[in-house]
Design a protein around this ligand. Structure first.
Ligand code: AMP
Length: 574
């Protein structure tokens, strides 16, 4: 397929806010895609080069891209920077320049999807001596053969900022329209049998939830419904985690059948533990492989999980070895990214692992089974150890007892409890009402920092004020305000101005006086007194008295930040 065809689709998708139209554009593209190109087209549609299970990134800076653009178009770096600061989108700069600099003279060869993808993979793999030169060469070659439109999307892809607004659901529906229309009750592009349609999309969704990989889903779907139904969990490959919604114990007792399960909500980080005989793999909630960082968990999982194969959901919590008290997430978060001195770290900052679910054991999948059965299964395969075991749980019909359990959790320093419906299945990747988080404070939101300002006086040299954003249904960032409090002046007191500045500085894309725009990567947890509706910010909401609580970038990406839909729920619940 020509890269231009893909770019036409990007453009069409970007030009409409309507989901149905986006779906139609994607499905039309998929229909034209050969089986050979399918995997490439699907990852590129998502603005990626590697599939979601493959955590490789491109790691190309805006600077390098700017240099390549200057080289190819003959524009000066100053000229480019001026345009960039005006539009805030290097893709648009590329488009304008390529169209005005009469690129046609350079335009020698049509880009194919295959060539673009291969070169992007090469970019990611280029390392070591002379790598900057090699990368510059690859980028320049691609850009010099690109039309204006291609240049725009190429640059955005290279910077991993495509963001044309394709929600998971849209891709799922497009796959249905493209490959499974006849099973899904679709005639001439219209849904004539809603039940059939829902059944098919549910099968696709389930295949996606199990693999977390649209490439795989599309490759199965093109072969038909039978192949798609045959997608199973694979030990060693992460599946999306299930999440809960906020609620109260009264809500849970009113809505769940009794008895229900209540469980401590620990303030640690999620670990998805995969066991295949002696081989243990550990993923974070972001589905990043952190096996190497946690040799202590690996060792305990190996000896405490009494099943040949298993996939287990658990929380790893920092623990003080002397007092046996749990520590806040912030104190152990550094272990997640640690690359050296790992054994030493494991000793200095030990973690306790509390398992709360099982998705597979002895090659049997348990996703469709009720929690009651999964909990029993978990008990059957876990050997309790001082620092590895099952989450503190109570199954009860009695609300007073559940309330006392909640008080115990708070007294023990936990964030609160989870109330879980015993008949609920495991729904990967979904925030479900069957898991209710019961916390004692206004629930903080996870936001991404999109711009900041340098401080003045004794705070000069630090970034001190931050514009923050949530995401809408399509994953597009929407502003929710500014935050300037919560950070500490001194490092030993916690998340500090210095630390946040060090995190953001490498991500600066543009500076103008005190203002800096940063690549949206740093996720922080923000507390507030109230959510208000606001015409000022694009999210439609503002936070009253926002304050930064902590850095969540170790275990959350921009894809995990709070959504506007969820804000609406929080707004209505307060
Ligand atoms: P939140 O980030 O507030 O939506 O809370 C969800 C997170 O709570 C999960 O991703 C887990 O890491 C964590 N968690 C702690 N204890 C439990 C538990 N017993 N069951 C499920 N999740 C838990």
């Amino acid at each position: 397929m020509q890269y231009a065809t893909l770019c036409e689709t990007y453009n069409a998708i970007e030009s409409t806010p309507k989901r149905l139209e986006k779906t139609a554009h994607i499905s039309a593209l998929l229909k034209r895609t050969s089986e050979q190109d399918l995997a490439r087209v699907v990852v590129l549609l998502q603005g990626k080069v590697f599939s979601a299970v493959d955590k490789q990134t491109l790691g190309i800076s805006s600077r390098l891209t700017l240099k390549a653009l200057a080289r190819v178009t003959g524009a000066s770096t100053q000229e480019l920077e001026k345009e960039w600061s005006r539009t805030g989108d290097l893709g648009l700069v590329a488009q304008t320049l390529v169209s005005t600099k009469s690129q046609q003279t350079l335009f020698t060869q049509h880009l194919s999807v295959e060539h673009v993808h291969t070169q992007l993979v090469r970019l990611a793999h280029t390392e070591g001596k002379n790598s900057v030169d090699t990368k510059l060469k690859i980028l320049s070659e691609l850009l010099s053969n690109a039309s204006a439109q291609e240049a725009k999307y190429l640059v955005r892809t290279v910077l991993e900022e495509l963001r044309i607004g394709i929600a998971t659901q849209t891709l799922r529906d497009a796959i249905t329209y493209a490959y499974l229309a006849e099973h899904a009750g679709i005639e001439n592009g219209d849904i004539v049998d809603r039940d059939a349609y829902n059944t098919v999309t549910a099968i696709i969704q389930s295949a996606y939830d199990k693999t977390n990989d649209f490439t795989k889903v599309a490759q199965k779907a093109i072969k038909g419904l039978k192949a798609l139904k045959d997608v199973h969990l694979t030990v060693g490959q992460p599946l999306k985690v299930m999440l809960g919604v906020r609620g109260t114990l009264t809500d849970a007792f009113e809505n769940f059948s009794l008895p229900l399960l209540v469980q401590y909500k620990y303030d640690g980080f999620r670990v998805q533990i995969h066991k295949h005989e002696d081989k243990i793999t550990i993923y974070t909630r972001r589905l990043e492989n952190v096996t190497e960082q946690f040799p202590d968990i690996v060792e305990r999982a190996r000896s405490c999980i009494r099943a040949r194969t298993a996939i287990i959901d658990a929380e790893a919590i920092g623990i003080d070895p002397d007092t046996k008290r749990y520590k806040p997430f912030q104190e152990i978060s550094q272990r997640i990214r640690r690359k050296y001195g790992i054994d030493e770290m494991a000793e200095k900052l030990p973690v306790d692992v509390r398992c709360f679910d099982v998705m597979l054991a002895e090659d049997t999948e348990y996703l469709e089974d009720p929690l009651k059965k999964r909990h029993e299964q978990l008990q059957a395969i876990i050997n309790e150890h001082e620092l590895f075991g099952i989450a503190h749980t109570l199954i009860t019909e009695n609300e007073t007892q559940a309330n006392a359990f909640y008080d115990d959790a708070i007294a023990a320093g936990e964030e609160g409890i989870f109330a879980k419906h015993l008949q609920s299945t495991y729904q990967p990747g979904v925030r479900v009402g069957n898991w209710m988080k019961i916390k004692h404070t206004m629930e903080p939101v996870d936001v991404v920092i999109i711009s900041a300002e340098w401080g003045e006086g004794k705070r000069s040299g630090w970034l001190t004020s931050f514009t923050i954003a949530v995401q809408d249904e399509s994953g597009v960032l929407q502003e929710i305000g500014k935050v300037a409090t919560g950070l500490k002046e001194r490092e030993e007191e916690g998340f500090s101005f210095k630390e946040i500045t060090e995190l953001l500085a490498p991500l600066i894309e543009f500076e103008d006086g005190r203002y800096v725009r940063v690549k949206p990567e740093i996720v922080v947890e923000v507390a507030y007194d109230e959510i208000q509706q606001s015409p000022t910010y694009s999210s439609g909401y503002a936070l009253r008295f926002p304050r930064i609580l902590r850095n969540r970038s170790e275990d959350k990406t921009v894809d995990d930040i709070t959504t506007t839909d969820y804000l609406t729920l929080l707004y209505e619940a307060q």
